[in-house]
Write a protein of this length. Structure first.
Length: 382
């Protein structure tokens, strides 16, 4: 990644993120320099994603989630690039640079472009903070459709009302989603009856916990943001104590500078990636519930360097060894074919992201972008 270009000193006043004919004529050198820099960042990120695909692309059915995680990172990087340009005085990026397609490419597939009330071009032209309500379609279940604005998806962090969590922050949603990939039984929100006896004959309402992992013992995970929990230490402490009294293991993710409450609490910073926080929570759960640790496989997959040992000589192994070796060789071949197919899909997706990004912020002609995408599709089909 290159440094942000140094702004020229003509002090031309240009409205933030607006490119007009007047601005184009007044400061063409600033605009061209900013676009060239953004283009270099787009290409550098594309190279990173392609290399990650060659190195760590999953072949166990998690490709879609892995790809969406890449797109979330791409959107976050684009936000940083635009912020860096604005801080350096380059407030000249058009609406495309603040669009859903550019800043939140991970949400683009959920925009229901086939719905008659949804303008097809809106994700590429409207700002990501637009308040206009549009239709979305859930990727987990296409029968789930709902209506909300770009602003609610991007700023508030809402998701599918039938699959996602309601009334929680985007960050908590992301942590739950990442953690559930490792722990499919995790539910959110969870309901836990109070251990404390009723007061004056009145039954107390059950606790609502952010995330609940059923089991023996059950695990309750809470995310405490610094802003919302800055004055709730006693309440959080009482809730944790009651949950532990009922046999739950309590793990509270406490955003700094909040103090910890339980021995299993995890401290995090507001800008720490959600995937990183989820990994810390997962490790803590494994630490306190050893039964979750996966058992070692009796038949581990051979590493690349030992695959030739499947056929050490021409003498068949006694019993079923030869059959097992052939079956294992077939699995390796299938995995290799699957990996090659996924690499092609990932390459096509990354090229699509790159071409679209260059069109939205670098003014690459739409005809050129479509030509690239069509050619990639033809190459992939062959």
């Amino acid at each position: 990644m290159t440094d942000v270009p140094v702004a020229v000193t003509d002090h031309t006043v240009v409205p933030p993120y607006v490119v007009s004919d007047l601005a184009e004529a007044a400061v063409p050198e600033k605009i061209q320099l900013a676009r060239s820099w953004l283009q270099s960042q787009e290409r550098a990120m594309a190279e990173v994603f392609l290399e990650e695909g060659r190195r760590e692309l999953p072949v166990d059915g998690d490709y879609t989630d892995w790809r969406r995680a890449q797109q979330r990172r791409l959107g976050e990087a684009r936000e940083r690039w635009l912020r860096a340009l604005a801080d350096a005085g380059y407030n000249i990026i058009g609406a495309g640079g603040r669009s859903l397609a550019y800043v939140r490419p991970d949400l683009l597939d959920e925009y229901d472009s086939s719905h008659p009330e949804n303008p097809a071009e809106l994700p590429f032209t409207a700002r990501v903070t637009a308040s206009q309500s549009v239709w979305w379609r859930c990727l987990r279940d296409e029968s789930h459709q709902w209506r909300t604005s770009f602003n609610n998806r991007h700023v508030v962090g809402t998701g599918c009302p039938r699959c996602g969590k309601k009334g929680v922050s985007r960050r908590e949603q992301e942590i739950f989603t990442a953690l559930r990939e490792r722990l499919p039984d995790l539910v959110s929100p969870g309901s836990v009856p109070r251990h404390e006896p009723p007061q004056a004959g009145r039954r107390l309402r059950s606790w609502r916990v952010d995330m609940l992992l059923p089991g023996t013992p059950p695990v309750a995970v809470e995310y405490d943001g610094a802003y919302w929990h800055k004055d709730a230490f006693r309440k959080d402490q009482e809730k944790a104590a009651d949950l532990m009294a009922s046999g739950h293991i309590v793990i509270r993710v406490r955003e700094q500078p909040l103090p910890t409450i339980t021995p299993h609490d995890i401290a995090c910073t507001p800008d720490q990636p959600a995937d990183t926080v989820a990994e810390l929570v997962y490790r803590k759960i494994v630490e306190v519930t050893p039964e979750l640790v996966p058992e070692p496989s009796d038949d581990p997959e051979p590493t690349e360097g030992t695959q030739l040992q499947l056929f050490p000589d021409d003498t068949p192994a006694p019993g079923t060894a030869h059959k097992d070796a052939r079956s294992q060789a077939q699995r390796i071949a299938v995995n290799a074919l699957l990996m090659e197919a996924l690499l092609q899909i990932q390459t096509l997706s990354v090229n699509n992201d790159l071409a679209l990004g260059e069109h939205l912020v670098c003014r690459r002609p739409a005809e050129d972008v479509l030509t690239v995408l069509r050619q990639d599709a033809v190459d992939y089909s062959h």
